[in-house]
Every structure is written in structure tokens, then in C-alpha cells.
Design a binder for this molecule. Structure first.
Ligand SMILES: *Cc1c(COP(=O)(O)O)cnc(C)c1O
Length: 227
């Protein structure tokens, strides 16, 4: 399968899941996760019409962002963030999905160049039973959200989740539903207007869309297995 064919299949899965769950066509955005993949792979996806790309490793991402600079692509940082990398992230990306502490949000806010639009931010949440250790608990989330609303040059758009691997659809959906409920509760409690649920990967995008995902992050099913 080529990258173009894979993209068509993934977009069809997204459309099907939108339809099946009574969601509007186009309400779920596809983020193509190109981490570790070469420029040619990104080029193949761009040629097939894909505009939004997700990267986890700054060193690996910067040459790609530079190469495609005049193509008006949208770049999303989705990996763990070390504080000495925030300046480069703030200068080069449109979105950051993996903010998990105030220090990082503050640095991104201070370091976002004036001439660029606000940086879109999601807070990475860690619900119980997850494989990944990064992310905040629901209690920590309230304090971080309150503090973040005061920061300039960043927009808090929503929440991001990397759940533990699970092959059961209903169990996958249940975890995603918890994140959706948390977003709604935070919006009500804090008077926010967060509109983004970054959840769903190659193996669980259908369950994520059933629970309200607005951005699915797909690597393997577009670009093939990673080394
Ligand atoms: C690698 C990665 C993905 C893509 O995962 P696939 O299973 O390859 O689709 C999505 N989100 C994050 C945060 C990742 O690190």
C-alpha cells in the first residue's frame, strides 16, 4: 500500500465513524504523525492532500518543517517536552498537544514570537490505567488550567490522551468518554471554551470518534510501522 492509498483508507475510516456516531462530516481532523519518517514520506502525504502533521522529536522535526516552509502546512508537537526545547517549539509549531506542567506553558507563552498567531495548546491528561506516565491527573488539571488562562500568546484548546493499549472497543471508548466528560466539566467549572479532544491513534480511532474526538493522531496506518 502506498502512503496515498493509506491516507484514503484512514480518511474513509474517519468519515464512516463520524457518520455512524451522528457527527458532522469534517468534525474530526486527521493529524498525520510523521515522527521518525523521512521528508519523502511527508512529501507523499502532502501530494495526496494532507496538511497537518504531528512530530514527537524536535531534532527530527525541524528539518522537515524547514523543508516545507513555503507550503503552509500545520505542525503539531505531540511528544514529551523538555524545558530547554520550548523556545524552538514555540517558534516552529502551530499546536502543542503534550503540555503537562505550568513551567512549560509559561515558557511557551513567553517564547511565542509576537508576529505569529497564538500557539494552540492541549493539556495531556493521565487517566488511571494508562501506559504512559506523562500527563496530569484530573485534580492537577484544574490548577494548571486556571493558571494557563492568564498566559498570553497561547490558546488553551483542549485535552490530549494516550491511553494504555486495549483491543476491546467498549473499553477503549469508556476511557475516551472519561476524557470527553472531563473536558465538559472543566469548561463548565472554569468558564472555558475548550473545543478540542486530541484522542485516537491507529488502533483505536473509531472508539475515540465515538466518544467525541476532534483530532485523531495517526502514524502507523498512514506511514507504516516505525523502526
Ligand atoms: C506515535 C504517536 C501517535 C501515532 O501512533 P500510531 O499508533 O502509529 O498511529 C499518536 N500520538 C502520539 C502522542 C504518538 O507518540
Amino acid at each position: 500500500m502506498s502512503i496515498a492509498e493509506n491516507l484514503i483508507r484512514v480518511l474513509a475510516r474517519i468519515s464512516h465513524a463520524e457518520h455512524k456516531n451522528g457527527r458532522n462530516h469534517g468534525s474530526v481532523r486527521l493529524l498525520a504523525v510523521s515522527k521518525t519518517k523521512p521528508i519523502d514520506a511527508v512529501q507523499a502525504a502532502v501530494d495526496a492532500g494532507q496538511r497537518c502533521f504531528g512530530e514527537n522529536y524536535l531534532q527530527d522535526a525541524l528539518p522537515k518543517i524547514e523543508y516545507f516552509r513555503d507550503q503552509n502546512l500545520e505542525w503539531h508537537f505531540i511528544g514529551p517536552i523538555q524545558s530547554n526545547k520550548t523556545r524552538s517549539i514555540a517558534e516552529s509549531f502551530d499546536w502543542v498537544h503534550s503540555v503537562d506542567r505550568l513551567k512549560i506553558a509559561q515558557r511557551l507563552s513567553e517564547q511565542r514570537p509576537e508576529e505569529l498567531p497564538d500557539l494552540n495548546i492541549c493539556i495531556q491528561v493521565n487517566l488511571s490505567g494508562e501506559a504512559s506516565k506523562s500527563g496530569l491527573t484530573a485534580d492537577e488539571l484544574v490548577d494548571l488550567l486556571k493558571a494557563c488562562t492568564l498566559l498570553k500568546r497561547i490558546q488553551i484548546r483542549g485535552l490530549m490522551l494516550i491511553p494504555a493499549a486495549n483491543t476491546n472497543f467498549e473499553q477503549q471508548k469508556q476511557v475516551f468518554q472519561q476524557l470527553a466528560n472531563l473536558l465538559q466539566r472543566m469548561n463548565q467549572q472554569l468558564g472555558l471554551k475548550m473545543d478540542t479532544l486530541s484522542m485516537g491513534m491507529s488502533a483505536d480511532l473509531e472508539a475515540a470518534i465515538a466518544a467525541g474526538s476532534t483530532i485523531v493522531r495517526i502514524g502507523t496506518d498512514i506511514f507504516g510501522a516505525r523502526q
